[in-house]
Design a protein around this ligand. Structure first.
Ligand code: NAG
Ligand code: NAG
Ligand code: NAG
Ligand code: NAG
Length: 459
């Protein structure tokens, strides 16, 4: 009798373990969306090729004729939202990108790009204008756009065109309400080397109710660059964590492998402004460093940086919400995942300084319409927006511009009921949704067994 009871306990334990493993597997495999044509109503803009708002048809034909505009070299990467409008960057990786910073507009139902703030500001070779913009941040509290310009173009040329280091890298702050420049800072060569730099991503840091610092990733120099608006100064950090992880640079998306050796790229900043997060594109690690260290030109970076965990797959962009959720893509899984930091803090009984990344759950997946989720950002209404750009295909030159392989660039907008890290408004009430409620029938099945076993075990 006693023996029998023991055997039963063992059996229950075994069953529980199996169920837990199955459950974990199921949750880690988000279901695909049944929209093969990418006509999902959460997709707000869809592009086969990227086109612009020209004065007239002749102007466009002339631009194509003199190769100022080479349609298949244009692809959207960066994305930010302001007053309901999407602002996007078109990196000048290759020749023929007429405008690197733009607003998305619709003309007769077709999504096209309107150069922002003007065509004037897109002139190649004019160092007052923008040369290569990969990312910008928009402060929803002030309407200021913080624009980073690498100053170099053609660094992923596929036709042998040499890289041109045209201008020193700079940051330009632009008031979107008054439509005028607030200030700019040209990075000294020792901070952003004119022949090497690639300013990739930016977060803006508040200090006592004012946006004061910009933290920027330099993807080619493997640096974190910091700009202090108040002092009109900049400095940088380098650290082994900013390098690509050896052997982790093969990103396979639906059978196509992009082999990249890329380090620090996407950045995030906690909503309380206390911690900066980053990680390499070629790798899985996510790192955290205290902002107070980053702000100081002589901050002891190596002493305070720490790895918080591994992501399920490689990724570029990241977005931190006011509810302490960190959203990031998983490129090989055509998915977006979310790290619930508060949940991990509670379950591990740890503070933000030593919590490990464990509660990472899939939010959305589509094998057809989420191939290479690049940049994620929040608007002020509770939506998470993101760009999808098949970047692996662009780099591998396998992108189909005829449209028979579906659209190449998508801008998605999904309701998550959260606000971005920069939003300083108080008492904003948003309708809540249960983001974990994406159960397919299988996971519901496992969940019910799980409940059953648990109930038995602790009865
Ligand atoms: C088209 O626009 C260009 C540039 O603004 C202008 O110079 C040209 O006269 C226009 N052509 C026509 C046919 O309207
Ligand atoms: C960049 O490279 C060019 C050509 O090699 C060289 O003449 C120039 O001094 C370099 N500039 C800097 C700032 O290192
Ligand atoms: C910032 O400093 C540079 C010199 O380092 C100077 O040329 C520039 O005018 C300064 N900008 C402002 C807004 O003070
Ligand atoms: C790609 O995979 C091969 C074989 O495993 C490995 O040797 C190589 O280092 C990987 N490439 C990158 C960029 O990580």
């Amino acid at each position: 009798m006693f023996k029998n009871h023991h055997g039963m306990e063992y059996f229950k334990q075994l069953l529980l373990t199996i169920v837990l493993v199955l459950l974990e597997r199921t949750l880690a495999t988000p279901r695909d969306l049944p929209h093969s044509n990418c006509n999902n109503k959460r997709i707000v803009n869809s592009f086969t090729t990227i086109d612009y708002v020209w004065t007239n048809w002749t102007e466009r034909q002339v631009a194509i004729g003199n190769e100022e505009y080479i349609p298949e070299n244009n692809i959207i990467s960066g994305l930010k939202i302001f007053e309901g409008d999407a602002y996007v960057t078109v990196p000048r990786w290759r020749r023929g990108v007429p405008s690197t910073l733009n607003k998305v507009v619709k003309i007769k139902g077709k999504s096209v790009l309107q150069p922002f703030p003007s065509w004037e500001m897109q002139k190649i070779g004019n160092c007052h204008a923008l040369q290569y913009v990969h990312s910008m941040e928009i402060d929803p509290n002030t309407g200021w756009m913080w624009i980073i310009d690498t100053g170099r173009i053609n660094f992923f040329a596929a036709d042998g065109t040499p890289t041109q280091s045209l201008c020193p890298a700079k940051i330009v702050i632009y008031d979107m309400k008054k439509m005028k420049e607030v200030t700019r800072h040209v990075f000294p060569n020792y901070v952003a080397n004119r022949n090497v730099t690639f300013l990739n991503d930016i977060v803006v840091m508040y200090r006592r109710s004012r946006a004061r610092y910009a933290v920027i990733s330099d993807a080619f120099a493997y640096r974190m660059v910091v700009y202090d608006l108040l002092r009109n100064r900049s400095h940088y950090f380098s650290h082994p964590s900013m390098l690509p992880e050896p052997g982790n640079g093969n990103i396979t998306i639906l059978g196509e492998t992009l082999s990249v050796s890329a380090g620090i790229n996407g950045l995030a900043l906690s909503a309380d402004m206390m911690y900066v997060y980053y990680g390499p594109v070629s790798g899985y690690s996510l790192y955290q460093v205290p902002s107070r260290v980053v702000r100081q030109p002589r901050g002891r970076f190596a002493r305070y940086v720490r790895k918080v965990g591994n992501k399920p797959s490689q990724a570029a962009g990241m977005a931190y919400s006011r509810s302490n959720h960190l959203y990031f893509p998983a490129l090989e899984l055509n998915s977006i995942f979310r790290w619930d930091i508060n949940r991990d803090r509670k379950s591990q009984r740890k503070s933000v300084t030593n919590v490990m990344m464990k509660s990472v759950s899939p939010i959305l997946r589509s094998d057809t319409c989420m191939n290479f989720v690049d940049i994620l950002t929040f608007d002020t209404e509770g939506y998470l927006w993101f760009t999808v750009n098949k970047l692996h295909k662009y780099v591998l030159k396998s992108m189909d511009f005829t449209g028979s392989d579906g659209p190449n660039v998508l801008i998605w907008k999904i309701y998550v009921g959260e606000l971005g890290y920069l939003d300083r408004r108080r008492n904003v009430k948003l309708p809540e949704i249960n983001i974990n409620a994406f159960p397919d029938s299988l996971s519901r099945f496992y969940t019910s067994i799980f409940r059953y076993v648990f109930a038995r075990k602790f009865h």
